[in-house]
Write a protein that binds this ligand. Sequence first.
Ligand code: GTP
Length: 359
Amino acid sequence: MSEPQGAEAVVLVGGKGTRLRPLTLSAPKPMLPTAGVPFLTHLLSRIREAGITHVVLGTSYKAEVFQEHFGDGSGLGLELEYVVEDEPLDTAGAIRNVAHKLREPDVMVFNGDILSGVDLRGVLTTHRQARADVTLHLVKVDDPRRFGCVPTDEDGRVTAFLEKTENPPTDQINAGCYVFRREVVEAIPQGRPVSVERETFPGLLAAGARLQGHVDASYWLDLGTPAAFVKGSADLVRGIAPSAALAEGTGEALVLAGASVDEGATLSGGTTVGAGCTVAGGAVVEGSVLFDGAVVGEGARVERSVLGANALVQAGAVVSDAVIGDGAVIGARCELRHGARVWPGVVLPEAGVRFSTDV
Ligand code: GTP
């Protein structure tokens, strides 16, 4: 397939990822390992697969970590550039802040924490056919009440940006992927925080700009919360979520090199076992993400949870819908459920905690 001419990409990766704490205390959200690689690798690979090679990362929180890992991008077939914000500029402010690096007429902009199967070339085609100022990927969701929604008219033109409501008039929501004409980027106010959803898009609409919707119902997940993060990772491992960075149909579990899994352990539901992890006999690990060096003791149970790097879940403990920080120790026979989060390095004594929410 030919490369799309005249397009480049910006990925916003500067958020603090507060909803994913404590995991985001040590790494920015887009760098958290999902299905064995930093989450951002999946998105960058899809951008490359669509034929776009020039990508600018808008960074702020833990900015240096991205360049240390991806360098000039050549490992992924990309030309990667980085622009650091001294103070976080919010989404549109971050887009404006990279304008001096842009050189093509059409700029695809991505939130760096979205896992999506949208046809990126299709979004670009919609933008060009409509001669739009901005095109937004709008995804149809089952329960639009949880999101602000974005209705369109019969020509696909955006008619409003509506806040969350109990009776949304459409099931289309902003999917966090846009195409901007470069002049529109240059018109965003410079040097102060600006939000695309709250300021730029409503302002453009009020000014009569052409905002086009590209509506689809492909796979879509915002990985902002622990529950979404484990689901996204499991969907990647099971081949449900699209990625150009993984072998097809990986299966029920992905065990990375250097991990040791006892043959009496059960791994299922798209679990990832990171490098250097140990899973002992009789342990059950389902739909979970084990960062490098995590240890699951004999007979322990880990469900829909994240174990941070070198975290230790001792024999017979239960960790369910929980996030365990780097190096934390969950004592034998403790039970942690229902969104519990354990901060890095915390040591819970044997049988010391049951059903806690935050430790
Ligand atoms: P929460 O704190 O958990 O809400 O996460 P977040 O900080 O990542 O915010 P949110 O999920 O709303 O951000 C959406 C996308 O925009 C993510 O990819 C963020 O990395 C990115 N983002 C948010 N704020 C900024 C910012 O000030 N600068 C840059 N460069 N990116 C941002």
